[in-house]
Design a protein around this ligand. Structure first.
Ligand code: ADP
Ligand code: MG
Length: 264
């Protein structure tokens, strides 16, 4: 069974002309440890798909299943169990961090939130000493050190803040990261460093990635498979290299032509 399965999910919103269908019967699967790239221009429905995957909004039709469990039907403990195993990283690295929390609090908060959850003990450090060790290990894995612990988010650069977001996402040892334009707000060279960090982390931890971007070179670099979205629909899907070498759709060719090479 695939780790993540999207079966013909749609989302519509009320509009002046009735209903606007912003996601239209999108289907794809992600195997364990695999990276699926979703690429499309702004407004094509990518973030709406990400929010449905994460269970933040419900599909109007269709189903998202994580490890066989229907995300939209999960409640209470079961929803929290899914949320632990599937962590988001969003575009704006500052908005996602509480400005009044020190890095140490930011990184230990997931342990507090999930400590009451039955079944997750194996993933939680037990006791303060183990927690401190886990936090040090998390910081190291994203290229930061203990000097970050007493500091606040505003004291860091955009790239460092995204590293803190990634460290927090890793805290509970998830099986899937949902990355929605994680480097789009960063300078190109800083973004490239984050992309390489994501590759290293995947090698070390074997997580699956749902990687969403408007950049074709980026998905080509990172993804095993690519799904191309246009106006809410999947217009093309395939193995990354094959799709980039021989795109079938004019829209895909335009996306490839629109973005320069990646400086990685
Ligand atoms: N809550 C909402 N209500 C109405 N329309 C929305 C809402 N969220 C997104 N949309 C519309 O859905 C379309 C797709 O948006 P989005 O998923 O953010 O695309 P992308 O992430 O690919 O840029 C856009 O036209 C956007 O205006
Ligand atoms: Mg978006």
């Amino acid at each position: 069974m695939a780790l993540l399965e999207l079966e013909a999910i749609s989302k519509s919103y009320p509009s002046s002309s009735g209903a606007a269908l912003v996601v239209d019967r999108v289907s794809f699967t992600i195997a364990r440890g695999q990276t699926l790239g979703v690429v499309g221009e702004s407004g094509s429905g990518k973030s709406t798909v990400a929010r449905m995957v994460l269970g933040l909004i419900e599909p109007t039709a269709g189903e998202v299943r994580f490890d066989g469990a229907v995300v939209a039907r999960a409640r209470g403990q079961r929803l929290r169990w899914i949320r632990r195993r599937m962590q988001p990283v969003f575009q704006d690295p500052y908005a996602a961090l509480n400005p009044r929390m020190r890095v140490e609090q930011i990184l230990t908060e997931p342990f507090r939130i999930h400590s009451a959850l039955a079944g997750s003990e194996a993933h939680l450090p037990s006791g303060l000493k183990a927690q401190r060790e886990r936090v040090a290990e998390l910081l190291k894995s994203v290229g930061l050190d203990a000097s970050a612990l007493p500091r606040y988010p505003h004291e860091f650069s955009g790239g460092q803040r995204q590293r803190i977001n990634i460290a927090r996402a890793l805290a509970l040892r998830p099986e899937l990261l949902v990355l929605d334009e994680p480097v789009s707000a960063l300078d190109v060279s800083v973004g490239a460093q984050i992309v390489n960090l994501l590759r290293t982390l995947q090698r070390e931890h074997g997580m699956a990635y749902l990687f969403i971007t408007h950049s074709m070179p980026l998905v080509r670099y990172l993804a095993d498979r690519i799904v191309v979205m246009q106006r809410g629909r999947v217009v093309e899907e395939g193995e990354a290299e094959a799709l980039c070498h021989a795109p079938r759709e004019q829209y895909t060719r335009a996306l490839i032509a629109a973005t320069p090479q990646l400086p990685v």
